[in-house]
Each structure stands twice: as C-alpha cells, then as structure tokens.
Design a protein around this ligand. Structure first.
Ligand SMILES: [Cu+2]
Length: 613
C-alpha cells in the first residue's frame, strides 16, 4: 500500500472512529495534562513544540567515539529525531543475517536530551512488520500513550506508517535506552541508547570524556524462527542459547560452526575504545540483551560506580560490574595505568544461563567472553592483560552497598495505601505449550485494543479481561507495595514502566520477607531488579503517574509466554485524558483484532521468509 493511500485510509477510518467513540479536540502535540496535586512536576519544563516545521534529525552514532556533549541551555528545548526502521543485512559477529536496524545501524543511534527537554521522535516503520518503540526508564508523565507498548498503551505501528512520539524528560536524567516492545523484535536489532544530561550532575566535573557501552546477546536465527520453537507443544528446554555476546554491536564467532552456505567471517576486529593517559572516562553501560547477565570489566582498571538507572550513587569502587537485562550503570574509569592495550570484558555469565539437550541452540558455538580493547593513545603492544577475580555474587544484582543513593531517598517510608501480592510460576496450556503465570494467569496482549483505549472509553479497570493481569491502584500520591514470591528456579529481572521503585527486600529461597528487615530509611531505587530463583522481592513506589504501566520480567523469552502485568494507575484521571488521534488511528488501520496472538506470530514468520527471499 502506498503511503498516500495509507494516509487516506487512516483519515476515513478515523472519521468512523470519531462517530463511534466521540474523540476530543484534534491536536498533534500533547498539551500539559492537569492532574490534581503537583505530582507531575511539569513546572519549568517545556511542554510545547516550539517549531512544528523543525526537521527531524536523521543521525547515526559511532559507539566507539566519545559522546559529544549537548550544550546546556538556559531554558529547556525541544529536540527532534528521526528513527527509520528497516531490515538490513549485517554481520555483527561475522555471521551475516537480517537485522531489524534503526537508521541502518545496530545498536540504533543515541538519542540525547538535557534535563527538562522535550523529545519529539518520528518513528518511520519500513520493517514489513508492525513495530513500536518503548523508551525504557522514561516516566512519560502525562503521556502514557507514548510508552510504546502494543496491547497496553498503543496499537503497533503498521508497515510504511510513521508515529511521532512526543514526551518531556521532566526532571529525569541519566542512562536509558529504547527498544521495540512488539513481540521479540528488539532481540532482532531494534534497540538503542538514550541519555538525559543534567547540568546539576554532581559528577559532571569528575570525568573528561563519556562512552556508551550497549551490551547484548546475539542469535543467528531471527526470533521469528526461535519463538515458535519455544512455543512448540511439550517444549522442555530453557531459553534459547545465543550465538555470541556483542559489545556495542560487535562480537566474534567461530565460523567453522556456521551452517554450510552461510556468509561468515571469523576474523572480526575487536571493538576499540580509545583513551588518553591520565584522562577520566565515564562509561554508561546498558544491558539490552534478550536474556542473560553481563559482567563488565576492564583489566587493571577499577570502576567507580556513580549512577544506576538515573539515580546518583555514593561512589564506590568495584572490579567487575554485573548487569542484568534492562539495567544501566555509569562508572568512571581512570586511565592511570601504563600506556598500553587492555581487554574490556563484556562477558555473558554462563552460570546464569540454564541449558539442557532440549534447549534451542543448546550446542551453540558461542564464546561467552565478549572482548573489546581499551586502547591508550600511543600504545603499540597487543593486549595480554589479566582478568580481575570476581568481586560479586554471580547471577545477582550488584550488592546494595554499592547502590546507595547519594542522599537517602526517604519518601517510601510511610503509610502503604495499596498492597499487591504476586506469585510467579511456569505451567502449560491445554496444548502443552509452556506458559509463564503470574497469580496463575498468563498475560496476552490485546494488540488491537490496548488497555489505555479501554480505560478512556470508561471501561473500569476491574472489568478488564483476566489475562491482562491488572493491578489497580487508585490512591493519588499513595505508596504501593508489591510483594513477589518467585515459585520457580529461574532468576527474573523485573522492570516497571512509568516509575522507579524502592527495593525494600530481596530474599533468597527460604528467606521470607519480614517487615522489620525492610530497607525503608535508605533503599536502593531503580527501575529493574533481579528476583532470585525461588526467592522474594518487596518493592514500593509512589502512585502519582496516571497510566497503564507494564511490570514484567525483561527476559524476552519469558515476556513472550506471558510474564507481564499491567499496573492501572489512577484510572479516574487517565480516563479523562485524550489519546492523540494519530495514536488511536493505528488501531483502526491495522485491524489486528481478527487474528489471535499466536496467528499474529505466524504472520510475522511468513513475512520474514518473504523479505529474506
Ligand atoms: Cu523471567
């Protein structure tokens, strides 16, 4: 379908929709949304698009050059970006395959803003599949419909259609990322970095340059091939084993293990980060993998941890940094060693990846030790540096002693208004297909009619379908507490949209939460946390952000079998909001309601084969 025709159809269907549901005023930009109290913190931040004619900037990012800082402005500004989604052939680890690229690269380009700036991002989908982008860690105060989650906050963007995401960074700052939230599409490449700079950053003067490190696991098969294998009746394996770890999109593979006829090159150069002797470098580290704990380290260089997921930390020194899927850290590295080349290690921790003979790609030729080089200017030797010993507990988050906020965050120590109890298990559906269960219910996204649409049509949260795994929170400014019992062996890195949360308690098997042990005075605050296998987690967060917010395991293979909840927060405020018409129109255009989720998956597989032919 041509773009023009698509536009025409959108318009026609939109008129139909207006007559059906009575939509409010027509406006491309989002206005400020009034919420009782001052919970949105929008004061002093930009809420208007200043110049609608501003061209969207199509950029590419060289991940091996330091970030060029944005100039801090007196007043917040609006920054325009173009992200074009297109499948391209690439060889990240030497093995050529189709990659779901952003602006022709993987990982996608860096989106940058300063604190308070507005981001206006035009996403143009030329994947031949539907798509979406979630801005991982951004609160989306007042713009829930730009959170990018098909089935919860929007319908997916059809092929050859653009959607403008438009949100303020309000008072957020730090290291974030973006990725598709449509099926497992991010695992095939749709992921990139997002950084919000802060003029008030207490560490701003403690480093000279800044680097980004985007870590990911990589599969030679697309998820269109892998997911149906995991979905087969009676599947008794674990999550698919990857083929290589990637450091900012680069890895290595032993091509003798590649299938005959594939294009593969074993002599991939290692990724190189250049440094100058006696300069200091901030490394922003993002685990954007489908699965798996990464351990980041640089031989002979210790790491000063200063940020986790937008929270400034009391600085502590570590040798190795474990990063679970979805988590981010900033560390400062002092290039104070003799001029030379040193290994950077982005190791996928094999100890945290279960395997058996039934597991997809169980006999992978993967080299778990992802390598890069820290290259001092003038260094000639080839690296032969020695790896540090472990100084962390494997398969667990970095110890809380390294995660103390720079000032204790005390607002979570108060009257809890809502208690939520959840139990995570695995089971099988009636066709013996593996399911993840939260309180005995496996989540299924309603791609054609997302929850936010239902709420704004005045459907009460309590009347949502059971498989939406809804958590209903109605106390404006209240404190919600979620108590999780993990009734299975696997560790699950859980991520919450629209919020950070305070970690009251993390318990191993048998270590039942006890309120007297809760960390109320100086809790770790972040947006992604690992729940130990057969263990426990208790978190608290402030219910001040009207919206439908996913709370889910970030292991993509678990998401796809239903390990997702929907937090329905302040529905009375949310239902009065007007979803922008271009967001609503996505639902009408694609008409996904005629297909079930599983069939939808098949459609993607077919599509993929067609485009690869
Ligand atoms: Cu999980």
């Amino acid at each position: 379908m041509t773009l023009l025709k698509m536009k025409f159809n959108l318009k026609r269907i939109l008129i139909l929709f207006i007559s059906l549901f009575v939509i409010g005023s027509v406006a491309i930009e989002t206005s400020v949304h009034t919420v009782s109290g001052d919970s949105l913190h929008l004061k002093d931040y930009t809420n208007e698009i200043t110049n609608l004619n501003e061209p969207y900037k199509f950029i590419k990012t060289d991940y091996f050059k330091p970030i060029t800082h944005l100039t801090f402005t007196n007043k917040p500004v609006t920054r325009y970006y173009q992200l074009t989604l297109k499948k391209v052939k690439m060889s990240p680890d030497g093995f050529e395959r189709t990659v779901w690229s952003v602006n022709g690269q993987h990982p996608g380009p860096l989106i940058q803003a300063n604190k308070g700036d507005r981001l206006v991002i035009n996403v143009t989908n030329h994947f031949d599949d539907p798509a979406s982008i979630h801005w991982h860690g951004m609160f989306q105060h007042g713009t829930n419909w730009y959170d990018g989650v098909p089935g919860q906050t929007q319908c997916p963007i059809p092929n050859d259609v653009s959607l403008v995401y438009n949100f303020s960074t309000t008072d957020q700052h730090g290291t974030y990322w973006y990725h598709s939230h449509f099926f497992a599409q991010y695992v095939d490449g749709l992921r990139g970095s997002l950084v919000v700079h802060d003029p008030d950053d207490p560490y701003l003067n403690q480093y000279d340059f800044e680097y980004l490190v985007v870590l990911s696991d990589w599969h030679h098969n697309t998820t269109g091939v892998l997911l149906p294998l995991q979905d087969a009746p009676g599947y008794s394996g674990f999550r698919p084993i990857p083929d290589s770890p990637l450091i900012s999109g680069l890895g290595r593979y032993n091509c003798t293990a590649a299938p005959p006829g594939s294009k593969c090159n074993s002599d991939q150069p290692l990724p190189v980060y250049n440094v100058k002797k006696n300069k200091k470098y901030r490394f922003r580290i993002i685990n954007s993998a489908a699965d798996g704990v990464f351990v980041f380290s640089i031989d002979q260089h210790k790491l000063k941890v200063i940020e986790s997921e937008g929270i400034y930390l009391k600085p502590t020194i570590i040798k190795k940094l474990p990063v679970a899927v979805g988590q981010r850290y900033s560390v400062i590295v002092d290039a104070n060693q003799p001029v030379g080349n040193y290994f950077i290690r982005g190791t996928l921790d094999k100890r945290c990846t279960p395997n058996n003979n039934a597991t997809i790609n169980f006999n992978s030729a993967i080299d778990w030790d992802g390598l890069g080089i820290l290259h001092y200017e003038g260094a000639k030797n080839s690296p032969n540096s020695k790896e540090f010993d472990d100084d962390f507990t494997p398969c667990r988050d970095l110890d809380k002693k390294h995660l103390k906020p720079i000032k204790p965050i005390t607002k979570y120590d108060g009257h809890v208004t809502d208690f939520v109890n959840i139990t995570i298990t695995f089971g099988a559906d009636k066709n013996q297909r593996l399911e993840a269960l939260i309180n005995n219910s496996s989540f299924v996204p309603q791609l054609n009619d997302p929850t936010i649409n239902k709420i704004t049509r005045d459907i009460a949260a309590k009347d949502l379908p059971k498989d939406q795994n809804s958590v209903i929170l109605n106390h404006n400014g209240g404190i919600a507490e979620i108590y999780v019992k993990n009734d299975n062996n696997a560790d699950h890195p859980f991520h919450m949209h629209g919020h950070v949360f305070a970690i009251m308690f993390v318990g191993e098997k048998g270590d039942v939460p006890d309120e007297s042990k809760y960390n109320k005075k100086n809790p770790v605050v972040r947006d992604t946390v690992t729940i130990p296998g057969n263990g426990f987690l208790v978190i608290r967060f402030i219910t001040d952000n009207p919206g439908v917010w996913a709370f889910h395991c970030h292991i993509e293979w678990h998401v796809e079998i239903g390990m997702v909840m929907g937090i329905i927060e302040l529905q009375d405020t949310l239902k009065k909001e007007t979803i922008p018409e271009d967001v609503v129109a996505l639902c009408l255009e694609h008409d996904l309601q005629k297909r079930t989720t599983r069939k939808m998956l098949n459609a993607i597989v077919i599509n993929e084969i067609r485009s690869d032919d």
